[in-house]
Design a protein around this ligand. Structure first.
Ligand code: ADP
Length: 741
C-alpha cells in the first residue's frame, strides 16, 4: 500500500526526505482539517493545517493501533510502563485502511529496524482517477492504456488478420445483400403489384434478384460465420495457451501471492471475454454501423421527413437502454460477488468436509450457505425482473416508431394516390418498414458496446499483467547447463520472504557429494526455507549459495531442477493411472525402468495387488491411496529421476511403524550415492545421517553427528529429550489402554 504521498507545497521542503507521508482529514477535536502524518529521520510528526502539532521519536511509540470511534477513527500508541500513550492522528473512515498500514509499518520498524517499502500493491483506489482498482491486481479499468492494448492485440492476432478481414468483408457483403432485398421488393411492388402493371418479364427479374440476394445473404453469412468460429477459437486457444504457459513460468513467490481461482479466471474467463469481443462484438458492431449508415442514406433519399419520424424514438430508446445497463451493471456485480462468495464457501467446505463432520458442524455450515445462497437468489431475482421489464418496454418504444412510420408514411401514400404526385409509393413504405429493423435492432447491441469495450480492456489488462510479470528468479542471459555432482555450499546466506522479516540470518555450511545431512530444529525456524533456496524457488537476499562451486544463479533452472529430486510429506498425484503418475518424473521412460524404480521404492508389491495393477486410475472416481502408498510412489518418482541431489521433507512423518519401515528401507536405497538433504519431524529417522545441522532462529545452533550433538547437550539434545518424553507418555497411554485402565 502507498505510504509516501507528495507533501502539500507548504511542507515540500520540510518533508523532502520523509520516509512516509500520509494525509488525513480531521484535527484532534474532530473538526475537518488538512492533516499530514509523516515519518522522518526516526521521528513521527503530525501536521494539522500545515502546522506541526506533535513530534515524537518513533521508538517511543508502543503498539501503534487504530481505535475505531463513531464516525471517526484514530491512530494512537497504547501506553505502557515506559512509553507514553500518544494520539497521532484523527480521521474519517476513508483513511482507516491506510493509517492501519502506517501503524503496521511503525510497529515493524520498532521490532526490526527496517522500514517496509511503500508501493502501489494491494491498493483499492486508483491514484489517477479515484476509481476502484480491480481486486487482486494493480489495474485501474479506467486508466489502462487503450492504444497499447490494441497494438498488442494486433501483434497476437497477426496470423489471423488475413482471415479476419476476409470474414468481415464477406459478412459485409451478406448484409449489403440483405439491404438490397427491401430495395428490390420496393421495385417489385411499385412496378407490378400496385395498379401500374409492368411486363411479366421484369417482374420475374425482380423476383429472381430478390431470391439471389436471399441466397447470397444466407450462404455467404453461413460460410463467413463458420470461418469466424474458426478464427475465434484459434485466437482464444492461442490466448489461453499463452496465459497458461506464462502462469507455468511464474515464480513460486508470485504464485503464492495469488489465489488459484484468480489465475484460473485469467486463463479461462478473461481470455473468453477477449475472444468474444474480438471475434463477435467488434465485428457485429462494425457491420451494424455500416448497415445503419447505408440504410439511413437510402431512407433519407427516399423520404427525409419520414426518416426523421423513424428516428424519433431512437434517443429515448438509447436513454432507456443506457439507464438499464448502468443499473444492471451494478446489480450484476453484486450478483457476481454473491455468486463468488457462494462458490468459495462451497469450495472450502467440500475440501474441508472431514473437519466439518468431525466437529459436527454440518448444520452451521448449511445455515451459512443458505444465507449466502438466499442473498444470491434475491439479487438474481431482482436482475431477472429488470430484464423482464426491459424487453417489453423496448418493444413498446420500437412499436411506437413503427406506428409513426406507418401512420405518416400511410398518409403520404394516400396523398400520392389521391393527388397523383408529391407522396410516397406503397413499395417505398414497405421498404421503409423493412429498414426499421436495421435501425432499431442494433440499438441494443450498440448501447451495450461501451460496457463491453470496458470489459474487454479490463480483461486485457488482467491478462497482460500476467504476461508482463517480471520474473523474480530469472535465468541470466548466459547460464550454464552443468552436470551436477552434488556439493552444496551456503556462504553467509541471508534471506527473508519480506524485506523486514529475515528468516535465514547468516548461514554457512558445505555438504559434500553423496553426504546425507539432516536438518533439525523447532518448527518455524527456516528449515523448509533452506529447501526453497536450494530448489531456487527464491533467491538469497545476500551471501551465496553454490552448487558444485557454481553460484546457483548462474546455473540454468532447467538443469538445476533436473538434478534435484524431492519427496515431500504430501505427495501430489495427478488424475490418471499409477503408471502415468510415476512416469511423470521421466517422460518416455521404458516400462522396465518404471518397474525397477517401484521395486526399489517398495511400491511394486502393493501396485500389482490392485485389480488393475499399474493401470489403476487415481483420483476422481478412482483409487484413493493411503499416505504411505503415495509416499512410495513419490520415492519411485525420485528413483526414476535419478537426481544427484535429493531432498526429503518430513518424508516419514505421520506413518504407522510398518509403513515407516518399508519407506525407510526404500529411502535408504534411494539415498545411496546422492547428496541428501533431509528434514524430519521424528528425529529418530535422522539418527543415521552423516551430519545433523541444527537450526534455531534462522541461524545454525550446532552441527555434528547424532552422538556428538547428544553429548553436547544443546538444542538438539533438548529436542530429542522433549520427543522422548512425548513418546514415553504415548507409550504409557498405550500400556494403560492394554491394561484396560
Ligand atoms: P520450518 O520449515 O522450520 O518449520 P519454514 O522455513 O517453513 O519453517 O518457515 C520459516 C518462517 O518463514 C516462518 O515464520 C514462516 O511463517 C515464514 N514463511 C514460510 N513461507 C513463507 C512465505 N511463502 N511467505 C512469507 N513467510 C513465509
Amino acid at each position: 500500500m502507498r505510504l509516501l504521498f507528495d507533501p502539500p507545497p507548504q511542507l515540500k521542503e520540510e518533508l523532502a526526505d520523509a520516509t512516509y507521508i500520509v494525509p488525513f482529514d480531521l484535527d484532534p477535536d474532530g473538526n475537518p482539517a488538512e492533516g499530514i502524518l509523516a515519518v522522518q529521520q526516526g521521528t513521527v510528526k503530525t501536521y494539522v493545517n500545515h502546522k506541526l502539532i506533535h513530534s515524537v521519536p518513533i521508538d517511543k511509540l508502543a503498539d501503534v493501533k487504530i481505535h475505531l470511534g463513531i464516525g471517526c477513527a484514530e491512530l494512537a500508541s497504547v501506553g505502557d510502563d515506559d512509553k507514553e500513550p500518544y494520539l497521532l492522528a484523527r480521521f474519517t473512515q476513508t483513511h482507516t485502511e491506510r493509517m492501519a498500514e502506517l501503524g503496521r509499518a511503525i510497529r515493524i520498524y520498532n521490532n526490526t529496524g527496517v522500514y517496509i517499502e511503500s508501493d502501489d500493491q494491494n491498493e483499492r483506489i486508483c491514484f489517477t482517477c479515484g476509481h476502484r482498482i480491480i481486486r487482486g491486481t494493480s489495474i485501474c479499468p479506467y486508466c489502462t492504456k487503450k492504444t497499447s492494448v490494441i497494438s498488442r492485440f494486433a501483434q497476437i492476432a497477426r496470423p489471423y488478420i488475413g482471415r479476419f478481414v476476409l470474414v468481415t468483408s464477406l459478412l459485409l457483403l451478406a448484409s449489403m445483400a440483405g439491404i438490397l432485398i427491401p430495395v428490390f421488393n420496393k421495385s417489385l411492388v411499385d412496378n407490378h403489384l400496385v395498379p401500374q402493371k409492368g411486363p411479366v418479364g421484369t417482374a420475374l427479374m425482380w423476383v429472381a434478384l430478390i431470391l439471389l440476394c436471399h441466397l447470397v445473404a444466407t450462404f455467404v453469412s453461413m460460410y463467413a460465420n463458420r470461418k469466424s468460429v474458426w478464427v475465434g477459437n484459434a485466437l482464444s486457444n492461442d490466448l489461453r495457451t499463452l496465459a497458461y504457459s506464462r502462469v507455468q513460468a511464474l515464480s513460486v513467490n508470485s504464485m503464492s501471492k495469488r489465489t488459484p481461482g484468480d489465475l484460473m479466471n485469467r486463463i479461462t474467463s478473461d481470455t473468453s471475454v477477449i475472444q468474444g469481443f474480438i471475434s463477435h462484438v467488434g465485428q457485429t458492431v462494425l457491420l451494424q454501423i455500416v448497415s445503419i449508415v447505408v440504410v439511413t442514406t437510402i431512407m433519407l433519399f427516399t423520404n427525409w421527413k419520414l426518416t426523421l419520424w423513424a428516428y424519433l424514438p431512437v434517443p429515448l430508446t438509447v436513454v432507456v437502454i443506457r439507464w438499464f445497463w448502468r443499473t444492471i451493471h451494478l446489480k450484476f456485480s453484486r450478483q457476481w460477488r454473491w455468486g463468488s462468495r457462494a462458490n468459495s464457501i462451497l469450495y472450502d467446505i467440500i475440501r474441508g468436509i472431514r473437519v466439518v463432520k468431525s466437529f459436527g458442524n454440518e448444520k452451521i455450515e448449511i445455515e451459512k450457505f443458505q444465507g449466502v445462497s438466499k442473498k444470491l437468489a434475491d439479487v438474481s431475482e431482482e436482475n431477472e425482473k429488470l430484464w423482464a421489464t426491459l424487453s417489453p418496454l423496448l418493444a413498446f418504444v420500437i412499436g411506437c416508431g413503427e406506428f409513426l412510420v406507418l401512420y405518416f408514411g400511410g398518409q403520404d401514400v394516400l396523398h400520392l394516390y389521391d393527388v397523383g404526385r408529391g407522396g410516397m409509393t406503397v413499395g417505398e413504405l414497405i421498404q421503409f418498414m423493412s429498414f426499421l429493423g436495421y435501425i432499431y435492432g442494433p440499438l441494443h447491441t450498440l448501447s451495450r458496446f461501451p460496457q463491453q469495450l470496458a470489459n474487454f480492456f479490463t480483461s486485457s489488462a488482467k491478462l497482460f499483467e500476467i504476461l508482463d510479470e517480471e520474473q523474480d528468479v530469472p535465468d541470466k542471459d548466459v547460464v550454464e547447463d552443468v552436470e551436477i555432482q552434488g556439493r552444496i555450499t551456503f556462504e553467509d546466506v541471508h534471506f527473508g520472504y519480506n524485506s523486514y522479516e529475515p528468516v535465514i540470518k547468516g548461514i554457512s555450511f558445505e555438504i559434500q557429494p553423496g553426504e546425507m545431512v539432516g536438518i533439525v530444529g523447532p518448527s518455524g525456524v527456516g528449515k523448509s526455507t533452506l529447501i526453497n533456496l536450494i530448489m531456487r524457488f527464491y533467491d538469497v537476499t545476500s551471501g551465496q549459495l553454490l552448487i558444485d562451486g557454481h553460484d546457483i544463479r548462474n546455473i540454468s533452472q532447467r538443469s538445476l531442477r533436473e538434478n534435484i529430486g524431492v519427496v515431500f510429506q504430501e505427495t501430489f498425484l495427478f488424475a490418471g493411472t499409477i503408471y502415468d503418475n510415476i512416469a511423470y518424473a521421466k517422460p518416455g521412460a521404458e516400462p522396465e525402468e518404471i518397474f525397477a524404480a517401484t521395486k526399489i521404492a517398495n511400491a511394486h508389491e502393493f501396485i500389482i495387488k490392485l485389480p488393475d495393477g499399474y493401470n489403476t486410475r487415481i483420483g476422481e472416481n478412482g483409487f484413493t491411496m493411503s499416505g504411505g502408498e503415495r509416499q512410495r510412489l513419490a520415492i519411485a518418482r525420485a528413483v526414476l529421476r535419478n537426481p544427484s541431489i535429493l531432498i526429503l521433507d518430513e518424508a516419514t512423518a505421520s506413518l504407522d511403524t510398518e509403513t515407516e519401515h518399508l519407506i525407510q528401507e526404500a529411502l535408504e536405497r534411494l539415498i545411496k550415492g546422492r547428496t541428501t538433504f533431509a528434514i524430519a519431524h521424528r528425529l529418530s529417522t535422522l539418527r543415521h545421517a552423516d551430519r545433523l545441522i541444527c537450526i534455531d532462529k534462522g541461524k545454525i545452533a550446532e552441527m555434528g553427528s547424532h552422538d556428538e550433538l547428544m553429548e553436547k547437550q544443546g538444542v538438539y539434545y533438548r529436542l530429542v529429550m522433549a520427543q522422548r518424553q512425548t513418546s514415553k507418555m504415548a507409550d504409557a497411554d498405550i500400556e494403560a489402554i492394554v491394561a484396560g485402565k
